[in-house]
Ligand binder design. Structure first.
Ligand code: VGL
Ligand code: ZN
Length: 251
């Protein structure tokens, strides 16, 4: 047996293995994407423990069992592989947040109050910064960025783009910096954060598709109303995820 040849062979195997792991670790996230969906991004809205029945969340939205979360995970992975740039939003409140009924003595959960001339729904405390319930339930490594919102105790923020006081998040800037023109949006809740994010997205000049099957709403009537309002603004509401239909739409 030739010792040098064996050592050379082993070295080559190691070099190849190192090359593969390096490529994997570094850059699926950073390189601009190519192909039909190069200018398209996905925003997975607030798929967090506190909004799900699966995790017995404090503000669990109907229809958010493990089957729903698994469907979202599968769709998110599929879209990433198809070449979409992936983003998520994350509700991320301080414990003294204005939207928590517990911070308004005498008020009950789901009551609406007037705060500084704005209507504010009072929610059970949810998505408190750093808690288990605030975690995004989709593999975090898939996202180029997870945009936090609702961090200012004085303002609620259903939209991933800005809060009720008009303070912008980084979302529009990072999408524009990457040349994104088209957005696929889905998550929780259809009638609050999905709707607000989609409405701001279209106002910011993006072409927007909401995937109905991948969304869940707090209440039936407000969910139907939200879908109608979104359609009226030019948002395409697609019943279920269909890559071929998306390709045609944006050709
Ligand atoms: C949401 C209520 C309060 C949402 C967030 O993600 O739709 N809803 N905070
Ligand atoms: Zn919230």
């Amino acid at each position: 047996m030739n010792k040098e040849l064996i050592i050379l062979g082993l070295t080559m195997v190691l070099v190849v293995l190192a090359g593969f792991s390096g490529a994997k670790g570094q850059s699926r996230k950073e390189s601009p994407r190519e192909g039909a969906f190069a200018k398209a991004a996905v925003i997975v809205v607030d798929v967090q423990g506190d909004f799900t029945e699966w995790k017995k969340g404090s503000l669990a939205v109907p229809g958010t069992d493990k089957t729903y979360v698994d469907m979202v995970r599968k769709a998110t992975s599929l879209l990433s592989k198809a070449g979409f740039t992936m983003y998520a939003t994350q509700d991320w409140h301080p414990s003294d947040h204005v939207s928590f009924y517990t911070n308004h003595p005498g008020k009950k959960a789901f009551e609406t109050v007037d705060i500084g001339g704005r209507k504010q729904v009072l929610w059970p405390p949810h998505c408190v910064q750093g808690t288990e319930g605030a975690k995004v339930l989709v593999d975090n490594n898939i996202f180029l960025a997870i945009v936090k919102k609702g961090q200012d105790k004085d303002f609620d923020s259903y939209s991933g783009f800005q809060d009720d006081g008009g303070a912008k998040t980084e979302l529009d800037r990072i999408l524009k910096a990457r040349g994104i023109e088209w957005l696929v949006i889905y998550g929780i809740a259809t009638d609050y954060c999905v709707k607000a994010t989609a409405m701001d997205a279209i106002a910011c000049g993006y072409k927007v598709v909401v995937i109905e099957e991948l969304c869940r709403g707090v209440a039936k009537e407000t969910t139907q109303k939200a879908l109608d309002e979104m359609k009226a603004k030019g948002i395409v509401v697609m019943r279920s995820l269909d890559l071929e239909a998306l390709r045609k739409l944006w050709r």
